[in-house]
Every structure is written in structure tokens, then in C-alpha cells.
Design a protein around this ligand. Structure first.
Ligand code: F3S
Length: 392
């Protein structure tokens, strides 16, 4: 891979150990995937923030980086952590895990990385059209590529952090126009009603597509909430990082495969995903983290109602969205729900927080909660979730 004179100096350690180790990670990746050079990025989004998922070994690595004066070279944001430090609900967790989580956050902050703690950084600042990014967090990657026309590969935590410190990423994969062509046409024949249905479609497509890029036709609803659930689910069950809506696709229309999706295929997908739960402990909305518009919709459904005493209602969102949606947050919290920031149901300790069963409108949460927390999970639309929380 070609390196400029300055990049060679970084590679040889003239700018310190942190940058050297970072550029070496990027060059290794680039060599592996046939990149010709490094290209500048507009921003990096870093996963690997939740203590529950990264553990102690990663803290040591972050400490070494921070102690060698590592500083972000471009705007960099962080994915959710394992706790909401501002919410009393989380104070029952052991003190040592709370301290470890704080330590991780402080280390990132020392490196000049923004402590956004959200998987929807695009609600805080939208990447420019056509910009190159280095984002980890699969749901944000597919959203950026498909709905914002920003260009990013699906990075892991270490490569996104390395890119943040160097300000560049290797030029391969979805950074190249020829790799952004669709190869499969998906015709959706099933009538999808809610955003939860879009999540089921996403789970199905993720499995059958692998990492191929589809053009999707036949979607009746194209609102952001539905498309966000579709993308997050596609990236959960497969390696999808991008999709096109039929009307937005301007590339060549010679597809290697056409797939029709009917009700029957989605029914099977839904049944594999969801177990029936009559009385969940937790109703979870906001995976990926909610937009202001979603908070508005939830507040509208909750207006004048009360969350049952035996159920928790969590609505996850970034601090930024929470701050800017004051009136909706008030309605949600007055009715007994909690607007949770900085974390989510997948990366926190659900069982320790008293959750054994949950219902969510997110196929991603319903997929991961049983696997990672041994919690029973079922899928329902947002509207239905609110009804369940309030006892219909
Ligand atoms: Fe975000 Fe957690 Fe879902 S990181 S996409 S809310 S699993």
C-alpha cells in the first residue's frame, strides 16, 4: 500500500507510539483487503465502549494509548456504554463495574474523543453527502451508506479508533464506487405495516444476502423509523452494510439474482426471532437509539396513560436527542417511563437490573437479548409496545 512521506514517518514512530500502532493497524487492514492508499475521513465512530462487552484487557490497551498522548485527528464519537450514569436505575449495579465504565469513558475523553455514547451519531451531526467515514456499529454503518450517502466500511472498534487517531482509513470496500453497485433485486410482496415488520424483513434479508448489496422494491412505508429498523436488522443477521431503495438506484440494473419476499418467508423469520411473552418485565424502545421524531410518537401514544407498576418502560436515546426533545421526555417520564441515555438493553446487565423478559419493537434487541443476557424477548410494533407497557 502506498504511503505518503508523512504517513511513513508516522509508521516509523516519529509521531509517537499511539499513532504508530494506529497506522500499523490500518496498513495491515489495507494490505489484507487490497487497498491502494489511505484516504482522509470526515469522522470516526468508535464501538468498544461498553465495559460489559470489552472487558479489562481493552482497558489496559486504552490506558497505554492515552498515556502516550494519543489524540483524535478528526471528529470522533462513541457508541453506548454499559450504564446511564444519570439514572438511578443503574445505581444498583456493583460499584466496581460502574467505576470501570467511568474509567473507559475518561480514557476516550483524554484522547479528545466526544463522549456521545450513542449508536445514532447522525442525529447529533449528519455526515456530509459523499464523505468518507470510519464507523464501527453496524446499524450506523448501514444507515450512513444507505440513507445519508456517506461512505464507510463496517469497522471494528480497534480500526475505527486507529482511524480516529490517524484521521484516515484504507481505501477499499465501500470507499470505492465500483463496490457500491447493487447485485440483487429484492421484490417485497409481503404487506409490511409497522417498523417491527421492517425489522423482520431485515433479519430475513441479512440471512439470505450475506454482504451483497440489494435494491429493494415494493416497500410501502419509507419513513425513517422503518428504514432504520430494516437496516439495523439486516446488519444483525448478516454482514450487510448497504441497501438501496428502488427509486434511488441509478446504477446498472443487471442483477445476479432476484429475490421475492412473501408473507410466508417473513412469518418463518418472525417465529424464529420471537418467543411469546405475556407479561414482560421490560418494554424496550430505542434500538437503535431514538430520534426526536420517535420520542414525539411515543409521547403521543403515552399521553394521558400510565405505565403499569409491574413493567419498566425504557426509551433509549442519546443525551443530545433527550435535551432537544424536552416536552416529549416530560410526557414519557410523567407517565412512568424512563428515557435512558448512554446505554442500551444489549450492552448493559439486564438480569442484574431485574429483567428476565422483554418486549421491543427492535428486531436487533430481540435477537441479541436472549443470546447475551439469557432474557426472553419478543417483537411488537412501537404502538403495541406502548399498549403492553400501559396494560392495553
Ligand atoms: Fe444501538 Fe444498542 Fe441497538 S448499540 S443499535 S441500541 S443494540
Amino acid at each position: 500500500m502506498y504511503l505518503t512521506k508523512d504517513e511513513e514517518r508516522i509508521y516509523d514512530g516519529e509521531y509517537g507510539w499511539a499513532k504508530q500502532v494506529s497506522i500499523r493497524i490500518l496498513v495491515k487492514l489495507g494490505d489484507l483487503y487490497g487497498a491502494d492508499r489511505l484516504i482522509p475521513i470526515e469522522s470516526a465512530h468508535i464501538s468498544g465502549v461498553a465495559y460489559r462487552t470489552i472487558g479489562d484487557a481493552s482497558i489496559e490497551f486504552l490506558k497505554e494509548l492515552a498515556n502516550s498522548n494519543a489524540k483524535a485527528a478528526v471528529r470522533a464519537t462513541t457508541n453506548p456504554s454499559s450504564i446511564d450514569t444519570m439514572n438511578q436505575l443503574f445505581s444498583c449495579l456493583p460499584r466496581n463495574v460502574i467505576e470501570k465504565q467511568r474509567e473507559i469513558i475518561n480514557l476516550y475523553e483524554t484522547m479528545g474523543i466526544e463522549i456521545t455514547l450513542t449508536c445514532t451519531p447522525y442525529y447529533i451531526r449528519r455526515p456530509a453527502f459523499g464523505s468518507h467515514l470510519s464507523w464501527a456499529e453496524s446499524s450506523a454503518v448501514i444507515y450512513a451508506n444507505s440513507l445519508l450517502n456517506a461512505w464507510t466500511n463496517r469497522e471494528g472498534g480497534p480500526s475505527a479508533l486507529a482511524s480516529a487517531l490517524v484521521g484516515k482509513t484504507p481505501n477499499y470496500g465501500l470507499h470505492k464506487p465500483e463496490n457500491r453497485r447493487a447485485s440483487v433485486l429484492v421484490k417485497v410482496e409481503a404487506p409490511l405495516k409497522s417498523e417491527a415488520d421492517y425489522g423482520v424483513l431485515g433479519m430475513y434479508l441479512g440471512e439470505v444476502l450475506g454482504n451483497r448489496i440489494p435494491v429493494i422494491s415494493g416497500l410501502r412505508r419509507r419513513d425513517e423509523m422503518c428504514l432504520k429498523q430494516l437496516g439495523a436488522a439486516m446488519a444483525t443477521s448478516g454482514m450487510a452494510s448497504m441497501f438501496y431503495l428502488d427509486e434511488n438506484y441509478v446504477g446498472e440494473r443487471s442483477f445476479e439474482e432476484e429475490i421475492s419476499v412473501d408473507d410466508k418467508s417473513l412469518k418463518a423469520s418472525y417465529e424464529r426471532l420471537s418467543s411469546t411473552i405475556e407479561k414482560p418485565d421490560l418494554v424496550l424502545i430505542g434500538c437503535p437509539h431514538s430520534s426526536p421524531e420517535e420520542l414525539k410518537i411515543i409521547a403521543r401514544y403515552l399521553e394521558g396513560k400510565r405505565v403499569r407498576d409491574d413493567v419498566k418502560l425504557w426509551v433509549c436515546a442519546s443525551k443530545y436527542v433527550r435535551r432537544n426533545a424536552d416536552e416529549y421526555v416530560r410526557v414519557i417520564e410523567t407517565s412512568g417511563g424512563h428515557v435512558i441515555c448512554d446505554t442500551c438493553a444489549v450492552v448493559t446487565w439486564l438480569r442484574e437490573l431485574g429483567v428476565e423478559t422483554l418486549v421491543s419493537n427492535s428486531a436487533k434487541t430481540v435477537h441479541y437479548a436472549p443470546l447475551l443476557s439469557k432474557v426472553g424477548a419478543s417483537l411488537s410494533s412501537l404502538e403495541e409496545c406502548v399498549k403492553i407497557a400501559c396494560g392495553k
